[in-house]
Design a protein around this ligand. Structure first.
Ligand SMILES: CCCCC/C=C/C(=O)SCCNC(=O)CCNC(=O)[C@H](O)C(C)(C)COP(=O)(O)OP(=O)(O)OC[C@H]1O[C@@H](n2cnc3c(N)ncnc32)[C@H](O)[C@@H]1OP(=O)(O)O
Length: 297
C-alpha cells in the first residue's frame, strides 16, 4: 500500500494523472482498496488496483430474474457506477450450468396487475442501467442463458461463452407463447442484424455456443474453466482505451435504442400488463412452468 501511495504521489507530481479523465480515474484506482458487497442473490468483488468488479449471480436454482433479484442487481450496479474507482464489471454466475434462466416466470403468473406493472418497471430499469453503463461490461457466460438471461448478456459490451454444447443462448419467448418486447428485439438486432433476429425471434431459437459465435451473438468461446480468465483479458484490452472516448462512443451507438424505450416506457408497461393478464397467456405460462417441472420426472 505504501508503495502504491508513493507511486501515485510521484505520478501526481509529474502531472501525468491530470492529463485525461481516464488517467485521473486510474489514479483513483491506485489509491483505492479492494471492496466486497454481498446481497442475498448477488456478490460483488472489486479489485481496487485494476478497477474491475466481478458481479456474481448466486440465486439458486437458476438465477431467474425475480423482482427481488432485479432490485438487488440494479442497486449493486448503481453502487459500482458511483464508485469512481470502478471502470469495468464482469457478470457471471456462481451456479453450475446456468448463467440465468431469464425472467422469473412465477412473477408473471397469477399475480395482480399492480404487481405485473412493478415487475415490468424493474425489468426496464435493469435493462436501462446495464445498457447505458459508463463502465465496460463483459458477460462471462458459464451456462445456459435463455430469454431475459440472453438479454442480460446482450446488453454487455462483450460476451465470452463456455464452449460446452450442453449450454444454449437465445431469445426463446415464442416457445413460451409470449412475445419479446421491442427493446429485447432492438438489442438483439443491434448485435446480430435484422435477418438473423427475424428468424431467431420467430423460432424462439436457442443457439449452441458454436452457432452463437457464428452469428455474432457471442464474441468469443472459451473452455468452461477459462471463461472468467478470458473475460478478464478482454476487460484489460477494453480498459486500455481512455474511458471518456470509449464511453461517449458507446452512448452515441446506444442512444437511439435507449431513447426509444425511455419515450415509450409507460406505454410498454401498459402493453405488458394487458398482454400478461390475458387468460390465454396465463394458461401458456402455467403450462410452460409445469412442463419445466415435468422434465425432471
Ligand atoms: C410477456 C412479455 C414478454 C416477456 C419476456 C420474457 C422473458 C423471459 O425471460 S421469460 C423466461 C424464459 N425462460 C426460460 O424459458 C428458461 C426455462 N428454464 C430452463 O430452460 C431451464 O430451467 C434451464 C436450462 C435454465 C436450467 O435447467 P436445469 O438446470 O435442468 O434446471 P431445471 O429446469 O430443473 O429448473 C430448476 C427449477 O427452476 C425452475 N425454473 C427454471 N426456469 C425458470 C424461470 N425462468 N422462472 C421461474 N422458475 C424457473 C424450474 O421450474 C425448476 O423448478 P422446480 O421444479 O420447482 O425445482
Amino acid at each position: 500500500m505504501a508503495a502504491l501511495l508513493k507511486r501515485s504521489a510521484s505520478l501526481l507530481r509529474a502531472g501525468a494523472l491530470q492529463k485525461h479523465g481516464v488517467l485521473t480515474k486510474q489514479a483513483l484506482c491506485l489509491f483505492s482498496t479492494n471492496m466486497r458487497m454481498f446481497t442475498n442473490k448477488i456478490s460483488v468483488e472489486m479489485d481496487g488496483t485494476t478497477g474491475v468488479a466481478v458481479l456474481t449471480m448466486k440465486s439458486p436454482p437458476v438465477n431467474s430474474l425475480s423482482l427481488d433479484f432485479l432490485t438487488e442487481f440494479t442497486i449493486s450496479l448503481e453502487k459500482l457506477e458511483m464508485d469512481k474507482a470502478c471502470r469495468g464489471v464482469i457478470l457471471t454466475s456462481a451456479l453450475p450450468r446456468v448463467f440465468s434462466a431469464g425472467l422469473d416466470i412465477t412473477e408473471m403468473c397469477g399475480k395482480s396487475a399492480e404487481h405485473y406493472a412493478a415487475f415490468w418497471r424493474a425489468v426496464q430499469e435493469f435493462w436501462l442501467k446495464l445498457y447505458t453503463s459508463n463502465m465496460v461490461t463483459v458477460a462471462a457466460i458459464n451456462g445456459s442463458c435463455p430469454a431475459g438471461g440472453c438479454l442480460m448478456a446482450l446488453v454487455c459490451d462483450y460476451r465470452v461463452m463456455a464452449d460446452d454444447p450442453k449450454f444454449s443462448i437465445g431469445l426463446n419467448e415464442t416457445k413460451l407463447g409470449i412475445v419479446a418486447p421491442f427493446w429485447f428485439k432492438d438489442t438483439m438486432t443491434n448485435t446480430i442484424g435484422n435477418r438473423e433476429t427475424e428468424k431467431a425471434l420467430q423460432l424462439g431459437y436457442m443457439y449452441s455456443p458454436a452457432d452463437a459465435l457464428k452469428v455474432g451473438l457471442v464474441d468469443q468461446l472459451a473452455s468452461a474453466d477459462k471463461v472468467e480468465t478470458v473475460a478478464s483479458t478482454v476487460m484489460s484490452e477494453w480498459l486500455a482505451i481512455p474511458d471518456h472516448a470509449r464511453h461517449l462512443t458507446k452512448s452515441m451507438m446506444r442512444k437511439p435504442t435507449r431513447d426509444r424505450l425511455v419515450t415509450h416506457r409507460d406505454a410498454d408497461i401498459t402493453s405488458f400488463v394487458n398482454f400478461v393478464t390475458k387468460d390465454s397467456i396465463q394458461k401458456s405460462l402455467q403450462m410452460y412452468l409445469e412442463s419445466l417441472k415435468q422434465r425432471k420426472r
